[in-house]
Design a binder for this molecule. Structure first.
Ligand SMILES: *[C@@H]1O[C@H](CO)[C@@H](O)[C@H](O)[C@H]1NC(C)=O
Ligand SMILES: *[C@@H]1O[C@H](CO)[C@@H](O)[C@H](O)[C@H]1NC(C)=O
Ligand SMILES: *[C@@H]1O[C@H](CO)[C@@H](O)[C@H](O)[C@H]1NC(C)=O
Length: 337
């Protein structure tokens, strides 16, 4: 995996930092400050991790507004969120699929996600400066309105993995697995990493960014002139414990899982990001050569214990039943598909 010592020497300015860390669940509720700011509730249910400045409306430098974070790195007050997965029983009622913690993280993290900030790939910045996001930066990837397999295949980096164990990573599928998965289902969301250098956001929350990466964590291609600034490559992994429904798999073999905006194919899988690292913490990390847990304890990032991560939360401002056997998905009384 590692570049040879020779190529490392010839790449002046090379840095090899790669962050991988857990963030416990901060909240599961119908809010979407990026796509539907101010809406209480928003149209569909999200699982959110990160800093406690998360709210229906969020503006400015949230790295200076939050007081705690559910993430390992205690200077990371960013918010990260995705849709939630439900199981649809044969009688037509729904139950939320629990989120389980990933492998290779410290034990005891309450649900949540694994977050990655890599450079050109895990091992190298490709001799390019990796520029951290600026306060106020936000973006989305994917779209809940995606309705065909061909379009989903075109969304490089938005994938499902049928887990045998928590360590399974391949194959990556553009839609829900079509068979019961022994170890659960993982959703993966890779964000684009080429920035136009000007806009902290854009009307569609996407056009200020450009994607040059391939599938999985393969090295990204060069950024185009329209989006010349190489930023960290952000990725999320969420592990859904679908195994508790194994006995209820439909006899006709159809997939019983559905994403919270009523998507039984998974074509519309999407994710949201609001930057909120304090000060220059993310830039310092990207300029270093630390890797994974090696970045903790001030080398160069401040970190916290699992107990402290799990303690941080925000009160739900939307009050509705999301965890019983519900007759419709929260906010989805009129089925879209
Ligand atoms: C969230 O917004 C409400 C008003 O809509 C406000 O009362 C509350 O203090 C905010 N919470 C945080 C954590 O900023
Ligand atoms: C953080 O603490 C300050 C001071 O106690 C308080 O004013 C602010 O509302 C808190 N922010 C959040 C997001 O809880
Ligand atoms: C629907 O099926 C689930 C799973 O078998 C069961 O737990 C639930 O009580 C049923 N709900 C109704 C309204 O029959």
């Amino acid at each position: 995996m590692k570049f040879s010592a020779l190529s490392a020497l010839t790449l002046a300015g090379s840095a090899e930092a790669a962050l991988r860390f857990g963030c416990a669940t901060l909240s599961i509720q119908r809010l979407d400050p990026l796509v539907q700011p101010g809406a209480i509730p928003s149209s569909h249910l999200h699982q959110i991790v990160g800093g406690n400045a998360f709210n229906a409306t969020m503006t400015g430098d949230i790295g200076n507004q939050a007081n705690c974070t559910t993430c390992t790195f205690s200077e990371d007050f960013s918010n990260y969120w995705t849709a939630v997965m439900y199981f649809r029983a044969p009688n037509g009622t729904y139950k939320r699929v629990p989120i389980m913690q990933n492998t290779a993280l410290p034990n005891g993290i309450n649900g949540g996600m694994t977050i990655y900030y890599t450079q050109q790939d895990f091992n190298s910045n490709g001799n390019q400066k990796i520029t951290a996001f600026k306060p106020g930066f936000r973006m989305t990837v994917g779209s809940p309105s995606t309705s065909s397999l061909a379009a989903a295949e075109g969304h490089v980096g938005l994938r499902f993995v049928c887990l045998d164990t928590k360590g399974t990573r391949f194959p990556e599928l553009p839609e829900f697995p079509s068979r019961p998965c022994k170890g659960g289902i993982m959703t993966v969301h890779h964000f684009p990493s080429c920035w136009d250098g000007v806009h902290l956001d854009s009307p569609d929350h996407q056009s200020h960014m450009y994607n040059t990466q391939g599938e999985a964590f393969s090295p990204a291609g060069p950024c185009p002139a329209s989006h010349p600034v190489r930023m960290p490559q952000v990725a999320y992994e969420t592990l859904w414990d679908t195994t508790i429904f194994a006995d209820l798999w439909p006899a006709d073999g159809s997939n019983p899982f559905v994403l919270s905006y009523n998507d039984a194919h998974g074509y519309g899988t999407h994710a949201d990001y609001v930057f909120g690292w304090k000060g220059d913490a993310l830039q310092r990390a990207m300029d270093s050569s630390c890797m994974f847990q090696g970045c903790e304890n001030g080398k160069p990032l401040l970190s916290q214990s699992v107990t402290e991560m799990n303690k941080c939360a925000v009160e739900s401002t939307v009050h509705e039943d999301i965890d019983g056997w519900v007759s419709e998905l929260p906010g989805q009384a009129m089925p879209m598909v």
